[in-house]
Design a protein around this ligand. Sequence first.
Ligand SMILES: [Zn+2]
Length: 307
Amino acid sequence: MKFTSASLLLAALAVAACDSKTATTGEAATSTASVKAENIDPAAAETSGTKATAADEANATPAPAPGTIPAAKSGDAAAILARPQVPILCYHQIRDWTARDSKNAKDYITPIATFKAHIKMLADSGYHTVSPDQLYAYMTTGAKLPAKPIMLTFDDTDLDQFTIARPELEKYGYKAMYFVMTVSLGRPHYMTKAMVKQLSDEGNIIGSHTWDHHNVKKYQGQDWVTQIDKPTKTLEDITGKKINYFAYPFGLWNEQAFPELKKRGFVAAFSLAEKRDQNDPLFTIRRIIASGYWTPRTLHTSIVQSF
Ligand SMILES: [Zn+2]
């Protein structure tokens, strides 16, 4: 199948719409396109009232250098679930809305000024971005994180993540995680391989997000090769680094996916706002979509209420 830029854009919007459906069927979301801060995931209750204690602090081991994974420490599910969740934001497109953008799509299209205001709010509020390796060390061993940790993630390879988001994050010394869908690399409106390499070289982490965004719950046999093995190898060839993290397209996962991802060397996987798997929280790490409708204030409320 040949992709035109128009068809890819439509595909991206379809993806956005699907993501939106996912969100609205989850416990978290509203049935309207504009996700409201008041309607945030009850899963947050899972850890509400759980705060890091002085004992945790004392027992904490130092965070590893970025790019390193502590060996043979997978942590047990109960201990991981007991620790407060680190807020993780998920962005898609960073661009101004057009008349052709649907109401639903706008949750996934953050206007440039809105995005800049979001990031400024995080900096002004004292948030520090953490890498997935720091997050992994914290989740599995209780390793110490900087004050007010947050993780920023960008899905689907959109070009504006490089041209708009990257320089904005740079202003504040922020690093991010980019979940790349490899079918789009080099297509109009998407990042090139060289851009992905540059992001990686600059200290951001690249994660796997399938070849063309098919739902993990439907994979059989060869699909694992097409959607996971080959694209992950592509990303490793581009970055020259091992790819350790995966994000589920549409945030959709099932238990059958965990062993498949583990045997391929992934150490953790990211979903969306749905509740974490009680046996495998490392493979269902929660993120919230930072809606294009959200003011900095709404974003802040959502962060506080969702994690
Ligand atoms: Zn995606």
